[in-house]
Write a protein that binds this ligand. Structure first.
Ligand SMILES: Cc1cc2nc3c(=O)[nH]c(=O)nc-3n(C[C@H](O)[C@H](O)[C@H](O)COP(=O)(O)OP(=O)(O)OC[C@H]3O[C@@H](n4cnc5c(N)ncnc54)[C@H](O)[C@@H]3O)c2cc1C
Length: 480
């Protein structure tokens, strides 16, 4: 096969998977009013491959057979390959109006991390299994969610600590036989698992010897027996209070993914007990995934900067010095993000025979956008004024008795229709002053790992440079 159509992707999701939302079981995620928004968002990756305008970007040649495969499933060998992938994710997120399609993007991050780890570990059976799994994914053009974050229980304790109130806060192996392993536990916040074909399950942290049963990595079909997706609700339609907009809503859901004694055949197991390598997978995943995050944040930030400039003009304040300063701050934020994201590709490290985004820079890039995002939102909110949250609704605007007042009193700069100002404020409210806006702030902080996780890696990966610079300083100080 090699490449699937959107239709084939959707058909593949009708497989009896156990998905719940709002307390109810979902019979078909592709037609469910909420979840189909997620399906359409993820389908963008398939749409791009079908669209002649994006085909060349979305599709690569299989390195051995030359067959067309998704570029997400092309193992990067150098900076050029990483930059092409970078361009693909930024372009896809621009097409998604600020929302990344996600399921192939994150799949590449997981696959590459497992690939690197199997090479570093050097165990032939794992190297062969991930090679075969890679081919399985490429041939079927699968969408895959990443099940990494465990529910964790007491965060200060290790997975196997007897002080945890039960032993299942991290996904673990509870049984093994000739055919495979049985796993139990739960992963949390798993984006798009409800409408992915499979889930790659990775350990979320470094482990120690006692955590052996928790050092497990595997692939599992989304409809596996005993696997349950409990989704949280997502914005799926416009409210009658909003000005109607002729642009599709893009959004994802995240699931609590429960593994109620799920069987995994050996050929889909990529780590089982080798606790020393749990951290290797988690870290390598973070190098790829934090770069992926930076890419989608570029497209999202461009859109938000556009909103800020528009509302500044509509309010007649775009030439005022403090407003220009704020817009300049936002430009600096965006261009720093773009530079860091590209630099992490241009200066890769070669781990396990493939090009990995520079570990320090990819983490700084994610840290930069997360640490400063709330300020970015503050600047935009400041330019809007309080009307951002107090504007009359579209229902008021439609009432002929009220419309005249609204048009007259809520106009901004001469020549800009009041409706344009209200529409732009509505867009900003959704993205930066609503429950969705709050969710995006939390996503910046915690999605792809919390701030502390980035700082830990930046410091850890910088040890060689620190020593080198210290030696230089000693030489200049005359210390032998
Ligand atoms: C919208 C969204 C989408 C996501 N999508 C995915 C996904 O697709 N797949 C996936 O696997 N995950 C996903 N995540 C999960 C994300 O990676 C985690 O939220 C993140 O790693 C933080 O983990 P946590 O939420 O359990 O927070 P916690 O670990 O509870 O963190 C809370 C605070 O405790 C601190 N803390 C926790 N443990 C320790 C410790 N041992 N020592 C010191 N400080 C500690 C943290 O630094 C932080 O300050 C998503 C998250 C969000 C918000």
């Amino acid at each position: 096969m090699g490449l699937r159509t959107v239709k084939q992707y959707k058909e593949g999701l009708r497989d009896g998977r156990q998905v719940w939302i709002l307390g109810e079981k979902v019979s078909d995620v592709t037609t469910h009013p909420m979840l189909k928004v997620g399906v359409e968002t993820a389908a963008l990756d398939y749409e791009m491959a079908e669209d002649p305008r994006y085909h060349e970007l979305a599709v690569a040649q299989h390195p051995e057979t030359g067959e067309p495969i998704s570029r997400h499933y092309y193992l990067p060998k150098n900076a050029e390959d990483l930059l092409k992938r970078h361009e693909l994710i930024v372009t896809a997120t621009r097409l998604g109006d600020g929302v990344i399609p996600f399921t192939k993007d994150v799949a590449g991050d997981c696959l590459n991390a497992i690939w690197v780890t199997s090479q570093v570990m050097g165990k032939e059976e794992y190297i062969e299994r991930i090679r075969e799994y890679y081919e399985h994914v490429r041939k079927r053009d699968l969408s895959i969610a990443c099940g990494m974050t465990d529910v964790k229980g007491d965060r200060s304790l290790h997975p196997s600590s007897p002080e945890q109130s039960h032993p299942d806060f991290y996904v673990r192996v509870v049984d093994k036989n000739d055919e495979g392993i049985i796993v139990r536990g739960a992963k949390m916040h798993i984006t798009a698992s409800a409408y992915s074909d499979e889930i790659l399950v990775l350990p979320c942290r470094a482990m120690r010897e006692g955590d052996r049963d928790y050092a497990v990595c595997f692939a599992v079909p989304a409809n596996a027996k005993g696997l349950k997706h409990i989704c949280h609700p997502l914005r799926y339609q416009q409210s009658p209070l909003e000005f109607p907009v002729d642009v599709p809503i893009r959004m994802h859901t995240e699931s609590l993914l429960v593994f109620d004694d799920v069987f995994i055949p050996w050929e889909r197991v990529f780590l089982c007990g080798e606790w020393q390598y749990a951290g290797t997978i988690a870290y390598n995943f973070s190098f790829f995934h934090r770069h992926t995050a930076s890419c989608y944040r570029i497209a999202l930030t461009e859109l938000q900067l556009g909103m800020a400039q528009a509302i500044a003009e509509y309010n007649g304040i775009d030439r005022i010095s403090h407003v220009r300063e704020k817009i300049t701050n936002m430009i600096i934020y965006l261009e720093m993000l773009k530079s860091l994201a590209k630099a992490s590709c241009s200066d890769p490290v070669i781990y396990g025979g493939i090009a990995v985004p520079n570990p320090v820079i990819s983490n700084i890039s994610k840290y930069h956008f997360a640490e400063n995002y709330h300020n970015f939102v503050k600047w935009v909110q400041d330019l809007c004024g309080g009307i951002l949250v107090t504007a009359p609704t579209y229902l008021d605007y439609q009432n002929p008795e009220l419309r005249g007042y609204i048009d007259k009193y809520l106009g901004g700069k001469k020549g800009i229709p009041t409706e344009h100002r209200l529409r732009m404020l509505q867009l900003i409210r959704i993205w930066m002053a609503s429950d969705i806006g709050g969710g995006i702030e939390v996503l910046a902080l915690h999605g792809e790992g919390s701030l502390q996780a980035q700082r830990m890696i930046i410091y850890g990966e910088y040890q060689n440079q620190l020593q080198e610079y210290k030696e230089r300083a000693k030489r200049v100080a005359g210390i032998k």
